[in-house]
Ligand binder design. Structure first.
Ligand SMILES: Nc1ncnc2c1ncn2[C@@H]1O[C@H](COP(=O)(O)OP(=O)(O)OP(=O)(O)O)[C@@H](O)[C@H]1O
Ligand SMILES: [Mg+2]
Length: 243
């Protein structure tokens, strides 16, 4: 039975894998936490698929390049949202759904909540429209658990700048934009406390990771979720690059 790992400390009682997304402003530590969690879960015998948005499969990575290219500074907000949703639909169809169907734990560095925070709260697009498009693109692949790593915008941007590469189109938005995004995430976590967990991203990586592991372990222990995967889904594995 896919996903059932008898020797693991946490016995997965469901055939569909756990879907965990990581969210927050630039430089809040998403990629760092995803990597640490993946290593830990793998060491416990879990099948883990690490992926990211925008991006993932080849088509979605192409769209990512359009979205992050600083030369596209005049991109319309709705065009931006639709590109993200197109990329998301491909990502879900090609990577996330097949992985969940075979029982893998999927760790996604940003997912649909990023559109709510950035295009909705950040750009001011209608939140209902964003939500509808998010649901359409994600189909039935919705995160079981979402970690929002919260920290002041100045700290996030300082960390992102300190990585030594040029800032991309999203990172180089004005500070007020990032502040609206941060506030958006905080509101989203308050509105959906069962799924969206707000963590203090200013703490040391190990401290943040301890909280992340506790939340994931609790979720695995409850025998999440109830949705059944399609048994005939074809799995295509693809190497996915990361920042
Ligand atoms: N808890 C932490 N405390 C201090 N520095 C951190 C912490 N977590 C990550 N960092 C460092 O901050 C920088 C940004 O971290 P990371 O790349 O994980 O953030 P991110 O959220 O993935 O950023 P982006 O949104 O730009 O992809 C890295 O140099 C990383 O080593
Ligand atoms: Mg990152």
């Amino acid at each position: 039975m896919p996903g059932k790992i008898r020797n693991s400390k946490f016995e997965i009682r469901n055939s569909r894998g756990l879907f965990v997304s990581f969210e927050g402003i630039e430089g809040c530590g998403k990629t760092t936490q995803v990597k640490m969690l993946a290593r830990w879960l793998k060491s416990r015998g879990h099948q883990v698929v690490v992926t990211r948005e925008p991006g993932g499969p080849f088509i979605a990575e192409k769209i990512r390049r359009l979205l992050l290219d600083v030369r596209n500074r005049h991109m319309d907000g709705l065009a931006e949202l639709l590109l993200l949703e197109a990329s998301r639909a491909q990502h879900v169809a090609q990577v996330i759904r097949p992985a969940l169907a075979r029982g893998a734990t999927v760790l996604c560095d940003r997912f649909a909540d990023s559109s709510t925070a950035y295009q909705g709260h950040g750009r001011g697009l209608d939140l209902e429209t964003v939500d509808r498009l998010n649901r359409t693109a994600s189909q039935d692949a919705w995160p079981d658990l979402t970690m929002v790593l919260d920290l002041p915008v100045e700290e996030g941007l300082r960390r992102a700048t300190g990585r030594g590469r040029a800032l991309d189109r999203m990172e180089s938005q004005e500070k007020r934009f990032h502040q609206r995004v941060r506030e958006g995430y905080r509101k989203m976590a308050a509105a959906e406390p069962g799924r969206i967990k707000l963590l203090d991203g200013t703490q040391l990586p190990d401290v943040v990771q301890a909280a992340v592991r506790q939340l994931v372990a609790a979720k695995l222990g409850t025998g999440f979720p109830l949705r059944k995967p399609g048994i005939h889904e074809k799995v295509k594995s693809e190497k996915i690059g990361h920042r």
